[in-house]
Every structure is written in C-alpha cells, then in structure tokens.
Design a protein around this ligand. Structure first.
Ligand code: ZN
Length: 245
C-alpha cells in the first residue's frame, strides 16, 4: 500500500492544490491527513472541503479544535488567536461539520496517527530526542506519524522496542528504509513550513517497498500572501511563508 501523508494545511489552498496534484501523479492508494486544516491561512473552507474529499483518514489538530471552540485559544500565540477568531467568523456549516467529526488520534494496523504526540495528541511538540522516544515507547506500530511542529522529521528506533534512537530533520529528498526498525515520521507542513524550506512538505509512505520518501512541492506563495493581506490577517503570517519559518 502506498500512502501520501499530509499535515498542517492551515488554510493555504495554493499549497494544498499543488501538493494534491503531486500526490495524484504518484497514484497512491490512500491519503492520510494529520490535522490543522485551518488556522493562520486565508482559505479555511476550501482547504477543509478538499481534505474531506481527498483524505481517507483525517485527524483534528489544535487549530481545528480551537476554531470549533472545543479547546480554549488562550494558549495560542497572538497571530494564531487572531486567525482563529477570523476563521470562526467565516467558517461555513459544511466545513464546520466536517471539522467537528474529526479526532486527534487514529490507529491503523501499520501506523499510529496523531496530530501532536501519543501522550498528548493535541499539544505536545515532538522536537527533542526525549519526546520522540516517548512517542515510540507509547506505541507499538512500525510507524508513528505526527504533525503539529511543521518540521519534517525521521527518527529511528533501531531493532524495535527498547532500541537506540537516532535521526532528526528530514529535508527534501530524504528517504528512509522502514525495515531498519520503528520510525517516528513527521511529514512537515503543507501550508506553513517552519524548517527553513518554504516549499510545501508531504511524505510518501510505501509499505510494500518498505520506504518512506520526504517530498517538497513548489507553490504560488505570493498568491497565498495576497489573500492573507486581503483578509486583513496579521502581516507576519504572510511574511513567514517566504522564509519557511
Ligand atoms: Zn499546525
């Protein structure tokens, strides 16, 4: 089975369209989405409906839950809180209903999917070796998929449960051999990458070939920035897209 994994779309429809076109060319069997369809970006309705149409599994992220009012937005940064309030004001019933149907965690026989981490599916940022190890210890599938940090990662636990931990950032073109052990993989963010590469990030998982491949797709950043400014969202949300930060 070949699966495209996407995450953290954040209302960036130009990035999502480009990634979905790249995924289409790969003729995958399924698309899995790790959440945060909305927040920050200018096209929450279109991105939510596109995820609903294309994703076989879709999780809820903290921004989705914040926009719905299921979690408080007091802990959000000022830009995140402002965009969450704006998103609430424009979210249409069909998109709201889809977001409300999502959970932050799902299991499949081969992979555990969480928005943030297994011990805290909504909030924990898995960026340290300790957090990655805890994510692997708290699960038993061969692959653990996390989003939330907007940083593409590939962390290996060699030889299975209890084995040594290695790995780290997963830039464009990085390939991993799934047979080496258990893997914690973060595809990076479609709509707001924060690992210094502004191209939209996603992951191609090929369970039959035993490989995972980190992909980046160019998109029209200026078009999304223009929409952010038209809607009066914080200027920093436009600027950071150029930097991948
Ligand atoms: Zn996010």
């Amino acid at each position: 089975m070949r699966v495209a994994v996407i995450s953290d779309i954040h209302g960036n429809a130009h990035a999502l369209d480009a990634v979905l076109a790249a995924i289409d060319a790969e003729r995958v069997d399924q698309v899995w989405c790790l959440g945060d369809l909305v927040g920050y970006g200018p096209q929450p309705n279109r991105c939510t409906l596109a995820a609903a149409a294309h994703a076989d599994i879709c999780l809820a992220g903290n921004h989705d839950l914040g926009v719905l009012g299921s979690i408080a937005i007091d802990e959000f940064s000022p830009d995140a809180a402002a965009s969450a309030r704006w998103t609430r004001s424009v979210l249409e019933p069909e998109a709201r209903e889809f977001l409300a149907s999502l959970q932050p965690r799902r299991s499949t026989p081969r992979a555990e999917l969480v928005h943030a981490s297994p011990r805290d599916p909504v909030w924990e940022y898995v960026l340290s070796a300790e957090a990655a190890e805890a994510a692997l210890v708290g699960t038993d599938t061969q692959v653990v998929l996390v989003g939330h940090t907007h940083v593409a990662l590939a962390v290996l636990q060699a030889g299975g449960q209890g084995g040594s931990i290695s790995g780290g950032l997963a830039p464009a073109g990085k390939e991993v051999d799934l047979a080496k052990g258990r893997w914690l993989l973060n595809p990076g963010s479609v709509g707001q990458p924060r690992d210094g590469d502004p191209d939209a990030a996603w992951l191609l998982l090929d369970f039959r070939a035993g490989r995972a491949s980190f992909r980046r797709t160019r998109y029209d950043i200026a078009a999304t920035q223009a929409e952010i400014r038209e809607r009066g969202l914080p200027e920093n949300l436009a600027k950071r897209l150029d930097l991948g930060a």
